[in-house]
Write a protein that binds this ligand. Structure first.
Ligand code: FES
Ligand code: FES
Length: 174
């Protein structure tokens, strides 16, 4: 068989993809980015593409619990890894939103919302590493996420509210 089979867990479900340089029906070309695979093959369009070159953070997802820009991550590089997108944050059984998602609603931390999934995923990656970040640590973690609507201050307030809440509750689930 031409190509290579890869396996990626995406939002808790296992996916198998054929990566091939040949135009085989359904095969992923080696140069395909994770952002394209998520959006165009799996319809996970919560992950946005804006700059397409790793500069704006709109496409941020978690790769093995680390926030990465999926527009500059090749799908083939994700073989054997875990990916979480904004669609994977909500509790699949109860439908309950992740505390970060809820805080963004409570604090009106978006306007058009285009940058919001990326900011929330960057914040999620931060909380997995550091459940009690201070404002400076949050600012540093979000320094690669751009918002054209200037909602950053509300986003910071929302994330700080989660940090303060988690300080009393013992952290955030990975
Ligand atoms: S679209 Fe990926 S960083 Fe801008
Ligand atoms: S809310 Fe519009 S780009 Fe951030």
């Amino acid at each position: 068989m031409d190509g290579k089979l890869i396996h990626i867990a995406i939002n808790g479900e296992q996916y198998e993809f054929l990566v091939s340089t040949r135009k085989i029906n359904g095969a992923i070309p080696p140069e395909e980015t994770l952002a394209t695979t998520l959006r165009e093959r799996l319809n996970l369009t919560g992950t946005k593409i804006a700059c397409g070159e790793g500069a704006c953070g709109a496409c941020t997802v978690l790769l093995n619990n680390r926030a990465v820009s999926s527009c500059i991550t090749l799908t083939v590089e994700c073989d054997g890894k875990d990916v979480v997108t904004i669609e994977g944050l909500q509790d699949p059984v109860t439908g309950e939103l992740d505390p970060i998602q809820q805080a963004f609603i409570d604090y009106y931390a978006f306007q058009c919302g285009f940058c919001t999934p990326g900011i929330i995923m960057a914040a999620k990656g931060l909380f997995i590493k550091n459940p009690h970040p201070d404002r400076k640590e949050v600012e540093d973690a979000l320094s690669g996420n751009m918002c054209r609507c200037i909602s950053q201050y509300h986003a910071l307030d929302a994330i700080m509210a989660v940090s303060e809440k988690l300080t009393n509750e013992g952290g955030i689930k990975a």
